[in-house]
Ligand binder design. Structure first.
Ligand code: AR6
Length: 176
């Protein structure tokens, strides 16, 4: 599914984000930037050791913030590592932190002059964020950003399975 937001494109696809050829792909990292399971493990495996070498130099990233490294062997030249919140019931500022993870990633892309960014469904795996709410927050952050900044030409959400794709599609239709 693809929609125009101003002069930019917001797209949803099913796939493996490590195969994306956007200028940057976003990693759902942890605060230590230590690597892990899920999409984080997949990105480090596919991108090779240059990514972890830069993560070690950077040292860490607070929840809701973002940092950028090389894409190593990936098609994407850059990886933006952001840390989504661990979901603990919803009353611990999770929504604001999840929005911030998206906005800070996009600000970093803009600051580096990048034009296209692919996101996974941050926080919805190991970190346990309910998918419907996470999709709404992620999509709202992306739409708001594209309305306010015309430099980013494409934001793509790369969903790993059909269910996540369906949930993101339904939420996106509800936001338009
Ligand atoms: N491409 C796209 N999406 C993927 C891929 C892939 N290759 N692999 C998994 N997903 P998660 P989190 C989806 O757990 O919840 C790590 O250990 C997956 O189906 O990767 O933010 C980190 O080191 C899910 O929908 O990230 C942190 O400690 C989504 O990506 C912690 O997990 C996010 O799931 C972060 O947890």
């Amino acid at each position: 599914m693809e929609v125009n937001i101003g002069k930019s494109v917001l797209s949803l696809v099913i796939g493996d984000i490590t195969e994306e050829s956007t200028d940057a792909i976003v990693n759902a990292a942890n605060e230590r930037l230590a690597g892990g399971a899920g999409v984080d493990g997949a990105i480090h495996r596919a991108g090779g050791p240059a990514i972890m070498a830069e993560c070690r130099k950077i040292g860490g990233c607070p929840t809701g913030q973002a940092v950028i490294t090389t894409g190593g062997n990936l098609k994407a030249k850059h990886v933006i590592h952001t840390v989504g919140p661990i979901y603990r019931g919803g009353a611990r500022n999770e929504a604001a932190l999840l929005r911030s993870a998206h906005v800070e990633s996009l600000k970093l892309a803009s600051a580096k002059g990048l034009k296209s960014v692919a996101f996974p469904a941050i926080s919805t795996g190991v970190y346990g964020y309910p998918l419907e709410e996470a999709a709404r927050i992620a999509l709202t952050a992306a739409i708001d950003y594209l309305h306010e900044h015309s430099d980013i030409e494409l934001i793509r959400f790369v969903l790993f399975d059909g269910r996540a794709y369906e949930v993101f599609s339904t939420e996106l239709k509800g936001l338009l």
